[in-house]
Design a protein around this ligand. Structure first.
Ligand code: PHE
Length: 446
């Protein structure tokens, strides 16, 4: 059987956990709180949730369906459904975006590993001095890339699936414990209010772009990760249920992370608008105040590092699956070469945190550092644009009629009632909303 030679998930829960593992990561616990903080809190959360369910879920279903139908990487999958020369470029964009996101994502993932040891040693050095040390910064970055490469060399079922199985339930439980503690802190209620009481006057074009980009980032959409993961699912699987489970699990973890961060943040009097350092500044404070905080903290950063690993694995898997399927490279060769390239692209991000001043604040992009520029260009714009093209590709070029035949395999006739709604969202609402948001780009560069 061709499918099993290429690799396939061993069980239904195996797939859902692996896809949830891709979705759940630093996007939920590092990126969601800091982006929410920068965009005014609760009102942003409302827009974000709307983006996840109205835009993200239809595109998630589209990516999974396309992947399973073709059992191929993004470029191969697109070639399989259209003869056009243009559309495969969307697959190439995904392959490049995967490598580009991995290049800075692994830098931040390295911080989580560093924080495991920092918590054990009760270091009181600030986050700023921690990341400005180039040996620490580059060392952990390389360590994380090597761990990712190690898992991906192992292949789909041995490497990727196994790691995802135990992690998610544990992360969920530890977050519940942290919420219970954070809510008892003095002044926590101000944080709860910031996070849950919307002030819609705070919403502007750039808020909506940030929310939409965050939805794509968090669900691993717009670059073919879910096409690739879908290509390993069996035909017996119900794709609609899978997509809904992944989106719910992902959203739950992100919203819970907010309930830890914001009460604690307001309680210690830090600013919600401080950007990417946010959770790395706040979390150690929580663990310091908490009884038994060292153990809880170590445990938390270990889980966060593993959550990040199941995401970096899916980022690396996209270029690797492309080279294995399309260029007939061995998995090992593909992993080694892509990882080396990612290291080279990631170096400026790693050095932008205080080591090399020229990379620390880039004027023409709103004072973002190099890592911030990468996150904005690839983690937001490129995914959003890729999502637009994928919605048009599956909605109009392949067509939701053909796509829904694949979607309904393994779903049963009851699910055909959902098809018109999905089709309408994918063909009309997704492209329209994304185009309007992207055209509204002005204001983003402030
Ligand atoms: N969704 C992952 C996270 O939230 C990041 C990611 C983006 C993974 C795109 C794959 C593709 O951490």
């Amino acid at each position: 059987m061709e499918q099993s030679a290429r690799g396939a998930w061993t069980s239904r829960t195996g797939f859902i956990l692996a896809a949830a593992g891709s979705a759940i990561g630093l996007g939920n616990i590092w990126r969601f709180p800091y982006v929410t903080g920068m965009h005014g809190g609760a009102a942003f959360v409302v827009v974000y949730l709307a983006c996840v369910f109205a835009i993200g879920v239809p595109i998630l279903i589209a990516e999974l369906t396309l992947g399973r139908h073709t059992t191929l990487n993004p470029v191969g999958a697109i070639r399989a459904i259209t003869k056009s020369r243009f559309w495969p470029l969307v697959g190439y964009l995904g392959v490049i975006t995967g490598a580009a996101i991995l290049s800075y994502y692994a830098v931040i993932a390295g911080w989580t590993v560093g924080y495991i040891f920092r918590t054990i040693s009760h270091s009181s050095s600030s986050f700023g001095s921690f990341i400005a040390d180039p040996t620490i910064e580059v060392g952990y970055f390389v360590l994380f890339l090597i761990m990712t490469a190690g898992v991906v060399v192992g292949g789909v079922e041995r490497g990727i699936e196994r790691w995802s199985k135990i992690l998610m339930p544990m992360l969920f439980l530890i977050l519940l414990g942290l919420i219970a503690f954070a809510l008892t802190l003095e002044g926590a209620s101000k944080g709860v209010e910031f996070y849950l009481k919307p002030d819609f006057s705070k919403i502007s074009g750039s808020t909506v772009l940030a929310a939409l980009g965050q939805a794509f980032f968090s669900l691993s959409l717009g670059m073919g990760a879910m096409i690739t993961y879908g290509s390993y699912i069996s035909k017996k699987e119900n794709l609609a249920i899978s997509a809904a489970s992944v989106a719910l699990a992902d959203t739950l973890i992100a919203t819970l992370a907010g309930l830890v961060i914001f009460p604690a943040l307001f309680s210690v009097g830090m600013a919600p608008t401080q950007g990417p350092g946010l959770v790395f500044n706040v979390l150690p404070r929580i663990f310091e105040m908490m009884p038994g905080g060292t153990i809880v903290g170590v445990f938390f950063f270990v889980l966060l590092a593993i959550a990040a690993l199941t995401s970096t694995v899916s980022l690396l898997e996209v270029p690797v699956a492309f080279l294995v399927d399309q260029r007939k490279w061995s998995r090992k060769k593909a992993v080694i070469i892509v990882t080396a390239i990612v290291f080279a692209i990631g170096l400026p991000s790693a050095l932008s945190q205080g080591t090399v001043p020229a990379l620390s604040s880039i004027d023409w992009l709103g004072g973002r550092d190099f890592l911030g520029v990468m996150d904005f260009v690839f983690g937001n714009l490129s995914l959003t644009f890729g999502g637009l093209l994928l919605a048009i590709l599956v909605g109009w070029v392949w067509g939701t009629r053909k796509a829904s035949e694949e979607l309904l395999l393994g779903a049963g006739p009851r699910f055909s009632a959902l098809v018109p709604g999905w089709s309408f969202m994918l063909r009309y609402i997704c492209p329209l909303v994304i185009i309007v948001v992207l055209l509204n780009l002005t204001g983003v560069f402030e």
